[in-house]
Design a protein around this ligand. Sequence first.
Ligand code: NPW
Ligand code: ADP
Ligand code: K
Length: 513
Amino acid sequence: MYLLTAEEMRAIDRVAIEEIGIPGVVLMEHAALSVLAEIEKSFGDVKGKRFAAFCGRGNNGGDGLALSRLLIQKGAECYVFLSGTMEEIGGDAGTNLGVLRGVGGYIAEVTQKESIKFIEKQVKESEVIIDAILGTGIKGDVRGINRDLIEFINTVGKPVVSVDIPSGLDSDTGRPMGIAVKSDITVTFGYPKVGEVIYPGAEYAGRLVVADIGYPARIVEEINPAGRLATREELPFIRDRERDTHKGNYGHVLVIGGSKDFVGAPAISSLAALKSGAGLVTMAVPSCVAGMVSGRILEVIPLSLGDEDGYLGKVALDEVLTMIDRFDVVAVGPGLGMGEPVKAFMDGLIKNCPLPMVIDADGLNNIEPTALIKSKAPVVVTPHPGEMARLTGRKTEDVNSDRINITREFTRRYKATCVLKGARTVIAVENRYYIIPTGNPGMATAGSGDVLTGVIAGFIGQGFSPTDAAILGAYVHGLAGDMLAKKRGEYGITATDIASYIPVAINELKKRM
Ligand SMILES: NC(=O)C1=CN([C@@H]2O[C@H](COP(=O)(O)OP(=O)(O)OC[C@H]3O[C@@H](n4cnc5c(N)ncnc54)[C@H](OP(=O)(O)O)[C@@H]3O)[C@@H](O)[C@H]2O)[C@@H](O)CC1
Ligand SMILES: Nc1ncnc2c1ncn2[C@@H]1O[C@H](COP(=O)(O)OP(=O)(O)O)[C@@H](O)[C@H]1O
Ligand SMILES: [K+]
């Protein structure tokens, strides 16, 4: 699903209204009708119910005024609070103000903070608050009475429905512009806005409903926004397995990892690759830990490589490269540890490996990103924000505050599909990026990233392109976590639990495809 910035949304509005000739007030009516429909769906028949609608002076306020009139016509009581005076409202919003007055709606002008105490009673009597103060037209930090009203709405303790976007939220960054409404439901028009699906914006938006208000599809296609929200319907298609096939048809994944410091990580990735449907998985670890890990997963083929003081190094590299044509894809990094031998191993592997690679964890911690440019085959990197910080010479907080741009920049510079993990994983591929909506804080647990590495490699082995495998893998990984959390709660989920749910998640997805 397209994911839009405020500028892209404005361009769509402009083409729809000025070039195609759809009157703005028609779009506004559709917008209001779509919010009404969602209110009826969520709160039932509106007849006899009380609403408090806060309307700003721009078009977002106009949507709110049209909605208030529709509510009144359906038999609801609706107090309308304008953040300004009626004279200040013009254009399509002005038209709707006129119509609302025509049907006899109650309208109060709230122009200063001191007046809020006079409306408190009416607001507290209302069952639902409608937030139509600010939309995508916000400029700078929220000022004046709009700020006071947002502050007030957040203290009332009634369900809030936001029109298009929670007032005060930046449509592009998902950050409040000083302050923002904390909504229960946001009905957004046309397409979701970037800031509504990434954090912290997603938390402000509450349940996000995307409403079609009649923008012709060709407008967005021509604008071709870079952002996409990964949705079930648009995921790479997972085919049924053909009957006359064997394990050789589903890819042989080579997982390389482990060191004297970490023994479990490559095993978790190997298990996950199998759970994603890989035909064969070989797990290569330094010989010093081979005895500890091989045999833990009976289905995995163990491969013991030469070790250098407990780490993989040059000898291991030669061994891997000699037998590389036995495999279809390499997943490298989990548990490798740090140090010179590992650096040499990773450097040589990236330069010489002819197979697609998924590089994670210490596979990333031991390289400079410029090394990726020299890879012979497509590479997927799966850093968490800490790893991304090291790769790009930033602080982790800085990575997290600009996740999309940093991920896109990484892919552009180093020619690798980049998966930046964390709440709302971002995946950059060439000139697009995807936000993965699945996953939950229960997945913030040791080894859950190793599961993702195995799943992506497993999908590449089964014939998905590395970018498709990254998108599908991240979605499935998060869905497995969500299904687990739904069943058992978010506490105490382990990485192997997530791996064991990968087949369940794939099955669930296939049902809807
Ligand atoms: N016809 C269309 O295009 C359609 C548009 N649609 C709807 O319109 C919305 C976009 O409308 P928009 O562009 O009018 O801007 P909007 O979000 O109402 O904000 C402007 C108002 O906010 C104020 N304000 C701004 N910044 C502020 C700040 N920092 N602090 C305080 N105040 C601030 C600004 O005040 P001013 O600068 O004038 O003092 C002005 O009053 C969009 O989200 C969707 O809901 C749909 O109906 C479909 C058709
Ligand atoms: N709050 C969250 N919401 C969604 N996904 C999360 C959340 N926390 C963690 N995850 C997911 O869990 C995985 C954690 O990976 P990572 O940090 O590499 O862990 P590890 O290094 O222990 O394997 C990532 O895929 C990440 O997206
Ligand atoms: K709003």
